[in-house]
Ligand binder design. Sequence first.
Ligand code: A3P
Length: 390
Amino acid sequence: MRGLTLNRTARICRKKAWSHVLCAGVLIFTLSVFTFNTPFLSQAGKTASKYSEELLYSKFPDFRHHNRNLRNILPNDNAQFHRLKHIQRTGKSLNKAHRLAANWNITLTSELSQAEVPKESEEESSVEGESLKKRRLPQAIIIGVKKGGTRALLEFLRVHPDVKATGPEPHFFDKHYQKGLDWYRNLMPETLPHQLTIEKTPSYFITKEVPARICRMSNSTKLVLVVRDPVTRAISDYTQILSKHGKSKSFQSSAFIRNDTTKINTSWIVIRIGLYVKHLENWLSVFPLKQIHFVHGENLVTNPGEEMRKVQTFLGLRTFITEDNFILNKTRGFPCIKKTMSSKRGHCLDESKGRKHPILPESVIAALRRFYRPFNAKFYRLTNINFHWT
Ligand code: A3P
């Protein structure tokens, strides 16, 4: 049928010169209709979209009612790779997919949920987003503890596309409070409305006035505390003092009164910070326990994916950072974070994190353990978490 039409058109065209121009147009039109409408091509197109729709509908019948542009976004679809490419190209769909996934309480496959959305964020920021971008006060703060792993936690969180974090520690609530909230806000990164602003200043945890000040800023501020065995925390803190000030007094001469291992010098800040329960009581006089999330410092090193899942849930973020984001630096013994799943290398913290500790006599360690044990037990009771520090 199509062949016949083509032949007839060609005969007319050869006979009449005036119709050459017209015929050329008709031929081009006919050929293009045939080319783009061949049964083979149209069938292939149909099959691809039908295939994805069927899979999608069988899994999530609700999807049928939603935007047809999203029908290609399939959790666990084995044509995932192509869908993903499509989504990345049309960045907008990915955000919608995430929103829908959240609404329906489904989890996108990790590859999909890890897909970068630069196109969308670029689009948003350049079109409507630019006017929505502004500096906002933090909705979440990592309040401590010093040497607990606070930098690692912040750097890990920074990888999340819905998180924006400050670089240096602002020390607003302990050292610069008189400068006012506008000064503080100006230290924050610019964010879009859906993004979470977070900062970390570990000295907040031990500063008496800080909880009330944070509460005055916003009583819904989410608080995150990374805790680590107070004995190793103290040694880590002392190691930092040594590296900053060169030769220093021995650990023992500062930690014990008159070198008596039964008399712990609790006025030495290195020891005092580890009395977690004391500091926590101060916070609980202002904030309810459920507003504080405790990160297990040791687990953040050995099982960072698990700790990061919990942190993301607490902060109300979609799970973006998982076990797959981490790669172990075997030489240093610490995990480094990969920004995308496909990255071969991870971002590791600098040399000031994960220092080699000096070896202290067993008697010193035992004295410290004895000292902290009752405080730790009380801390476990207060938090309802057993951190298993010996
Ligand atoms: P050490 O240097 O004693 O090993 P903070 O950032 O709060 O100062 O904590 C520093 C500690 O973070 C380090 O103490 C280290 O043990 C811990 N840490 C946790 N995860 C880490 C990581 N991925 N890389 C390096 N250090 C990490």
